[in-house]
Design a protein around this ligand. Structure first.
Ligand code: ZN
Length: 289
């Protein structure tokens, strides 16, 4: 195999998500390629590709650790980041968690403009939102596909239903049916921790995380899909063990009776399995439609 062919194969393995889980060990233990010259194996090429894979797996296993390759906003952009994160937080307080999770972008602008407590978004802030939305998330190291094509996508009120005692919404149809089956099987122990997330909610989560980590967009994308890339906009949802709180968004969740029963009953079908090829951390709580 030539040097070019091997590097291309490695890049494809990372860029194209396989239909089944591939573990780090499996990839790293692959035989080094044979060099097609009389000089034998090209150890240098192999170690470069090997280091890239080790780097990749380090990132998805340590999502909150900054990495030298990470894309970080400059000082001026970080000021805009801080300003929009604060405005989105005030907007959320104003409309309530449930409404905020399904809010469209246009509606958010109207509400912010009417409420002095929130404050209108400036032209520079709007341009910042567009820049973030239009940026190819592959640049950050996030390899999932774009979900919501339109920036101004509106979630139709008659297509969703509020789930009692959770403050979250689900899409009627397949999504609600799957959640209902889980609820009927597991009872009160299981809770819906996150349902539908519109573009505004995803902006708040993604940018909030980047803001807490010095404007690091790559770091944020390892645990939160960039706006437009989240499957929470199209029907996936998160579930947890009642009483576990934030622990439901950590591997602690895999030690709970709810998780055990979910796997026994075949409800666990990973979107983001351990060492996935999307550039995203392991998320055993995320239910794929
Ligand atoms: Zn999720």
């Amino acid at each position: 195999m030539t040097r070019r062919a091997f590097l291309k194969m490695t890049a494809m393995a990372i860029l194209l998500a396989p239909a089944y889980p591939i573990g780090a060990e499996e990839l790293l233990s692959a035989d080094p390629p044979e060099e097609d010259t009389p000089f034998g194996r090209d150890q240098q090429v192999y170690s470069v590709a090997d280091d890239q894979l080790k780097d990749y797996f380090f990132k998805v296993r340590n999502p909150d650790t900054p990495h030298p390759d990470d894309i970080i906003l400059d000082k001026a952009e970080q000021q805009l980041l801080g300003a929009v994160v604060e405005k989105l937080a005030r907007l959320c307080l104003n409309v309530g968690n449930g409404n905020f999770s399904t809010l469209g972008f246009d509606e958010a602008l109207i509400i912010a403009g009417r409420q002095p407590f929130i404050g209108s978004f400036t032209n520079a802030e709007l341009a910042f939102f567009e820049m973030i939305y239009n940026r190819d998330a592959h640049d950050y190291g996030f390899f999932g596909a774009k979900q919501v094509v339109a920036f101004l996508h509106v979630i139709a009120a008659n297509e969703i239903i509020k789930i009692p005692q959770t403050g979250n919404y689900l899409f009627k149809g397949e999504s609600l049916a799957k959640y209902s089956r889980i609820k009927n099987n597991l009872g009160d122990d299981v809770i819906l921790t996150s349902g539908i997330r519109g573009i505004v909610k995803q902006f708040h989560l993604f940018l909030g995380k980047a803001h807490r980590h010095g404007g690091n967009l790559s770091l944020a994308s390892r645990s939160l899909a960039p706006p437009g890339y989240s499957y929470h906009a199209t029907g996936d949802f998160d579930i947890g063990q009642k009483g576990l709180g934030e622990g439901n968004f950590s591997e602690l969740f895999t030690t709970t009776p709810v998780y055990k029963r979910l796997t026994e009953q075949g409800f666990v079908d990973y979107r983001y399995w351990r060492d996935n090829m999307f550039g995203v951390r392991y998320e055993p709580w995320h239910i794929k439609l």
